[in-house]
Ligand binder design. Structure first.
Ligand code: GUN
Length: 283
């Protein structure tokens, strides 16, 4: 049996189409949502991600601007720009593309973004709100994964949800969101003993480590739902997820692909956060 495909690309188009109604309502009140993306350095992947997000914004009706800085930019210069953007009424969302070059303290830069404009949900105030189960901005990737599970009709209450990867922008916030839905959550990482024994218990398995094809069929419980957050660039330039799609789709009940899975959902949820930030700015 082949697994059902969880098509993130098509769901993301639906999410973005739904934003257009909200954007029209804002236009009637004289507001156009605006996103400012800060891009530091020449990392090709970061440049592609920022351009993709800016294009998706424009296509959806959100104004976008990209603020580019060289690799060697000082923290002071970056913080000054963040302060300007915080004060700019045309900018409702600010995102700082990660990773930043090593001389910069990422946490200090992220904390400088106004929590009301933090559409990536990376500010401690928004991550803290998530921990407390209050409403704030939820990071796009975990929010997108939850939306995909909901759309696919995957039951969560009482189910074993296992996340491979403990990052602050995916693994940890996703664990909190799954807990809110009453899943029994396990987070695995590089020190986890017998990873396969743990992942084989998962009704919902989420791979977010950044190791191409780490998850193979022998690590997956038959009938599980598998969500692939990985975006790994192979030597031949092709994009590969953390999941070996071919072998795992013969075992899983449902699976998300790479590309065309979580990636487009991350962008769509960030845009939804920007529209919400614009709505909140006018009360
Ligand atoms: N780097 C990897 N993923 C992300 C993301 O979702 N947002 C930002 N700003 N940087 C990233």
């Amino acid at each position: 049996m082949r697994a059902t495909l969880i098509d993130g690309k098509s769901l993301a188009a639906t999410v973005r189409a739904a934003q257009r109604n909200a954007i029209d309502a804002l236009a009637a009140r004289g507001v156009r949502p605006g996103l400012a993306a800060i891009l530091v350095g020449s990392d090709p992947a970061s440049r592609v991600y920022v351009r993709t997000k800016a294009r998706a914004c424009e296509e959806t009706g959100v104004r976008s601007e990209i603020h580019e800085f060289p690799d060697g930019v000082s923290e002071k210069a970056l913080l000054e720009r963040v302060a300007q953007l915080n004060a700019d009424p045309r900018v409702h969302g600010i995102l700082v593309q990660l990773p930043l070059p090593r001389q910069l303290d990422s946490n200090r830069v992220l904390e400088a973004v106004s929590p009301a404009k933090d559409v990536d949900g990376f500010h401690a105030m928004n991550l803290g709100a998530l921990l407390q189960g209050r409403t704030g901005f939820v990071p796009g990737t975990p929010a997108g994964v939850m939306r995909m599970l909901e759309h696919a009709g995957v039951p969560l209450a009482g189910k074993n949800a296992t996340i491979v990867g403990r990052s602050t922008i995916v693994g940890k916030p996703l664990a909190l969101l799954l807990l809110q839905k009453d899943a029994t959550v396990t987070i695995c990482h590089s020190k986890t003993r017998d990873l396969a024994a743990v992942t084989r218990q998962a009704d919902i398995l989420i791979a977010a480590v950044g190791r191409a094809k780490l998850i193979h069929a022998g690590m997956v419980k038959p009938g599980a739902c598998v969500i692939d957050v990985g975006t790994n660039r192979l030597a031949d330039g092709k994009l590969a997820g953390d999941v070996d799609f071919e072998s795992v789709s013969a075992v899983a009940a449902s699976i998300s692909p790479v590309p065309g899975g979580v990636g487009p959902m991350t962008v769509a949820m960030m845009i939804a956060n920007t529209v919400r930030a614009a709505e909140l700015s006018i009360g």
